[in-house]
Write a protein that binds this ligand. Sequence first.
Ligand SMILES: [Zn+2]
Length: 448
Amino acid sequence: MRLTFLFLLSLCGCSKFLPPKDRVIALTGATLIDGAGGDPKSDALIIIRNGHIDAVARVNEISIPNGAEQISLVGKTVIPGLIDAHAHVERWATQRYIAWGVTTVRDLHGQTDTVLQLRSQMNLGSIIGPRMFSAGAMIDGMPTTYPNAVGVSTPDEARRAVDQHAVAGADYLKVYTKITPDLLRPLLDEAEKLRLPVAAHLGKTDALTAARAGVVSIEHMAGVVQAATGDATYSYAHSNFLTGWTVEEKGWAALDSATVARTAQALAQTKVTIVPTLVLHDMLARLDNPILLSRPGMEDVPDNAQSVRSVPSLVRRTGWHAADFDAFRRSRRRQDQFVREFKRAGGAIAAGTDAANQLLIPGYSMHEEMALLVAAGLTPLEAITAATRRGAQLLHADSLGMIAPGKVADLVVLNGNPAGNIGATRNISMVMIRGRMIRPDSLRATWK
Ligand SMILES: [Zn+2]
């Protein structure tokens, strides 16, 4: 077989079937923010070979390999490709992520077979989109909040749900609001045997109990108010998803600053990562503001993208009124304080969005999240680390989230420098994923 194939190749001279030569790209002259948190480096030379970063140096410090394609990035800033640590990926959104510099997504719930199919299509490159990791369907108590979640009501069922996800090929697990501590413990025990990390959007379990039991991440800061107050009312309220969310979201405003600081310190000691999704809290607190549906970035959302645009139906379903929105807005200050105290206590914060849920724009909302993290008290460089390296660490994906030799060549070229002004992350010149340079404008032309 093999001999015949080689013979045919030599006959027809089909050189495109021969092993390709190394493809080398040299990016020269940019300011580099490497994702590890260090100071920006000027006059950077980044050498990329076959989709991986081969070398990082100063211009003229090492020589550029012969035959390399050179791209001058003088005046630009290079950051690692962004990682949305809390996503619900929809098929229409895949190219939007790339256009906004998001090269990896941590998907945290969808119909298992649908999201895992999308994951393989993007990871194998048959459609353009970010690298995708997925939890498959979330695991919830009974009755489940969403019909496509996996519901469990006994410790045995919790273990079985973990096993099913492992067989299906989930990268990690996501537990939801109705999981009680009695279900969480056997679930975590089974997950540990199968080496599956567990992400938690908590309700009936408080954040400290869950973090001490071994969840890797607290999504949306859920369960923090209950951990701070020790008030079981919050747990009862989560028998209904919307009641639980509403009561807890308002509960933040009732916390005093010493309680917030103490809870943040206790949580930081557990080594759990917080994915605050401040942009989600911010949007829900301003859901009564119709302008948000026409803010910058929305032009990338198709008219029929119901998940992002269905704001009126969400307001109807929740029954939220002006007084509720006022209460949510009061809570925002305490949420920001929690993020600040958690950081000060050495806790790890990863940037995530919850897109494509209401008002959250796939890709673009990562830039809103970074800006909100800075408003809460992170430095711009810390916000960039939260949006890159921290996400990679959550995914146990060592080759992502940093610009350093051996890492994959996923990076974003910015027209300005975000170290002084985080708003500069939105001004994107080019995006490289797997070593391939893409201009957002040419990508946009395909869906405009
Ligand atoms: Zn979510």
